[in-house]
Design a protein around this ligand. Structure first.
Ligand SMILES: *Cc1c(COP(=O)(O)O)cnc(C)c1O
Ligand code: SF4
Length: 456
């Protein structure tokens, strides 16, 4: 591996599939298991860095360690059959092309959200599509700078996995900032821009500046907030500390604030471990010192954070360090969802159990929430309606603003794990389902719409 000798995790050093066979930390695992991990890494993206390896993973606890589960390929991410097939190819020393072809065939069966999302929310300006933007909820436009479409490490469950393995032929590519500005001028209802990825903070500050400065210079009265979605505070805190352009990044944040804009870093923290290191705490403090606010969100993932105490601690620690708990998401049905999914009923139990343990300051968090085609739907609770047990659901965000905060019921089902598994309490259709075939449309599109994790 390129950076084995210097143990200085202040230099960003990436670890990928090529390093799996030689990484000494894995030497204690049975050969079988290492080969299975290799097999998974042929199919799904794997990228981690020395900071995560040296400071976040508890190597005495692998494979159950949550950060190991969060970042390293796990045998269970492929079905027994697919895994056996890949392992067999590896054992037989199959060619690169042979492995690649087998991997591609498996990926295609993992619901890699093909065309839908692109056509569904891509805005237009003067009749021209703006593929680097997404506009779903009136007040917020998402901006995907093309150079920000990777991350400092990859989460094993990430729904953006197709773009990381090159399966998405056209990834979101940002139009020029000019297009963004033109669009914001034409849409006075938009009050905030969310710069997202991948992780936009993988970009050097000079590059990020090229996107942000024109936006500030345009002096748009409707633009009140700029958000940056990122997992860098968790995966690479030195981005805000010792990196060569960390100081410049802090200056850029200050400039945004000085321009009178609310700057929110939408931080993706999956587990309290990520906030436990001195560098992560220093990084968070530094970001806050620029005048930025930090709001925190993450999906609920089996093997990683399906634990109420971990969430309660995470929310408490976020508050202690001055950040604001924001969303808990339900994991999407793509990729290795069979390995990571938590049923809605269990997600609700975990959320409630954690929520009851924290003070009001941490109860700014909302969830568990599904980002679906019609909107962000939270499961508020389970209620007895007459003789029947029902999920009580509510839109936090909706394609149609009229739907927001409108409660509705679905039949309780302990195994349901997504909106398309739910049926209205009285049969028929949910109030937001209109027209023939909408439900089928929902089924198709549902796997394609993605939550905005900020860094996701
Ligand atoms: C979550 C989300 C937003 C932002 O919603 P907030 O509730 O304002 O944080 C914007 N666009 C999309 C597509 C989203 O999923
Ligand atoms: S986009 Fe977000 S969820 Fe996906 S790998 Fe990057 S940091 Fe993780």
């Amino acid at each position: 591996m390129a950076g084995m000798q210097p143990r200085n995790s202040k230099t960003f050093q990436v670890v990928t599939k090529r390093d799996l066979a030689t990484l000494p930390h894995l030497a204690g695992l049975p050969e079988e298991e290492r080969l299975a991990m290799q097999a998974v890494a042929e199919v799904l993206p794997f990228r981690v860095n020395r900071y995560v390896i040296d400071e976040l993973i508890d190597w005495d606890r692998i494979p159950e360690d949550p950060i190991f589960q969060l970042t390293f390929p796990q045998p269970g991410m492929l079905t027994t059959r697919d895994r056996a097939h890949m392992v067999d190819l590896l054992r037989r020393g199959a060619s690169h092309d042979g492995l690649a072809a087998a991997a591609l065939e498996i990926r295609r069966r993992l619901n890699p959200h093909p065309a839908g999302q692109k056509t569904l929310n891509v805005p237009r300006l003067d009749g021209r599509a703006l593929p680097g933007l997404q506009h779903k909820y009136a007040e917020t436009v998402l901006f995907f700078p093309s150079q920000g479409q990777t991350c400092h490490a990859y989460c094993t469950y990430c729904f953006r996995w197709p773009q990381f393995v090159g399966l998405d032929e056209e990834r979101f590519a940002a139009s020029e900032t000019d297009d963004l500005i033109g669009y914001l001028r034409a849409h006075p209802e938009v009050s905030n821009v969310l710069i997202t990825g991948g992780d936009p903070l993988v970009m050097r500050t000079t590059l990020l500046r090229r996107y942000v400065e024109p936006l500030l210079a345009a002096d748009l009265p409707n633009l009140r907030s700029i958000r940056i979605g990122s997992k860098a505070l968790a995966y690479w805190p030195h981005r805000f500390l010792g990196d060569r352009d960390a100081d410049d990044l802090m200056r850029l944040f200050e400039e945004i604030v000085a321009a009178g804009k609310h700057l929110a870093v939408m931080a993706h923290y999956s587990h309290p471990r990520e906030l436990s290191t001195p560098s992560s705490q220093a990084a968070l403090a530094r970001v806050r010192a620029t005048g930025a606010t930090v709001r925190c969100q993450a999906p609920l993932i089996r093997h990683v954070n399906d634990d109420a105490d971990a969430w309660a601690q995470l929310w408490r620690d976020e508050v202690r360090h001055g950040a604001v708990p924001y969303y808990m998401f339900i994991e999407r049905d793509t990729g290795a969802q069979h390995y990571f999914a938590v049923p809605l009923a269990r997600a609700l139990d975990i959320f409630n159990d954690a929520y009851r343990q924290v003070s009001g300051l941490a109860r700014t968090v909302r969830g568990p929430s599904m980002s679906t085609t019609p909107g962000k739907i939270t499961i508020d609770g389970v209620a007895q309606v007459g003789r029947r047990k029902a999920f009580v659901l509510r839109f936090l965000q909706a394609r149609n603003p009229e739907w927001v905060r409108q409660p509705f019921f679905a039949r309780f089902d302990p195994n349901a794990s997504w909106l398309h598994d739910l049926v209205p309490l009285d049969g028929g259709r949910f109030f937001f389902e209109q027209g023939r075939g909408w439900r089928d449309q929902l089924r198709v599109l549902d796997g394609q719409e993605q939550p905005v994790m900020g860094a996701s």
